[in-house]
Ligand binder design. Structure first.
Ligand code: PEP
Length: 251
């Protein structure tokens, strides 16, 4: 049985002090049992957050990791094995801000995905269409291609140790949310794509929705059959709001 997951992407937000305050507020939350809760702080604060949340069940992940699993000559990057060594468990792969602003391609993401697993991290693969692609009726084609590029290169079995987040680009940080049915349709297509190759991988896959999720809309989204929780950006910077979203996933 797959467990719901709620994950907070803190993006490039925070100072030492504000991160300590957020950690403290998260530590004081009463979180529902039976769900996985994760946070993705900026790389600089990962060690700090791991220490601050050490008495909790909250999992800490990274927002990015290098194209090679082990440490080496790669200026400015952090190796998956280095992240794993300090206690990081997950890594976001292919967030739309990295695809669009940094220019990460499906090709690069194949290497990052493989390196993450080889270095001891579980990838959270982010997929999603732009507004223009949705309006052109290309949502399922685009999302299918983003997922398919990893499957074609690495095989479907790698998804036994991964999470997928559907994040329509037009809904990220915009206040626009996909309707529960719009999100469900894409989630069902993702699960069907996996199921056509491996029924067990598909059935166990935690499929998260991301894009302006907040306490007010979380329960309706998480109530859909193929939505197993959320990847939360802005709302994850407020511990009370994040806690309420976690409770919605626990119900
Ligand atoms: C995100 O960045 O992954 C995200 C979903 O952001 P927001 O919740 O702010 O739309």
């Amino acid at each position: 049985m797959r467990r719901p997951m709620v994950a907070g992407n803190w993006k490039m937000h925070g100072t030492r002090a504000s991160v300590a305050e957020l950690s403290l507020n998260l530590k004081n939350l009463v979180l529902p049992s039976g769900i996985e809760v994760a946070v993705f702080p900026p790389a600089l604060f990962i060690g700090q957050v791991i220490d601050e949340l050490s008495e909790t069940e909250i999992i800490v992940g990274a927002q990015n990791s290098a194209v090679q699993p082990e440490q080496g000559a790669l200026t400015g990057e952090v190796a998956p094995s280095q992240l794993a060594e300090v206690g990081c468990k997950l890594v976001l792969i292919g967030h739309s801000e990295r695809r669009q602003i940094i220019g990460e391609t499906n090709e690069v993401l194949i290497h990052k995905f493989a390196a993450a697993q080889a270095g001891g991290l579980k990838p959270v693969l982010c997929v999603g269409e732009t507004l223009a692609e949705r309006e052109a009726g290309k949502t399922l084609e685009v999302v299918g291609r983003q997922l398919g590029s990893i499957i074609d290169a690495l095989g479907v079995a790698v998804f036994a140790n991964a999470v997928i987040a559907y994040e329509p680009v037009w809904a990220i940080g915009t206040g626009l949310t996909a309707s529960p049915q719009q999100a469900q349709d894409v989630h069902a297509a993702i699960r069907a794509q996996l199921a056509s190759l491996d029924a067990e991988v598909a059935a166990n896959m935690q499929l998260l929705y991301g894009g302006s999720v907040k306490a007010a809309n979380a329960a309706e989204l998480f109530g859909m059959p193929d939505i197993d929780g959320g990847l939360i950006g802005g709302a994850s910077l407020n511990a009370d709001e994040f806690g309420a979203i976690c409770r919605a996933a626990g119900n």
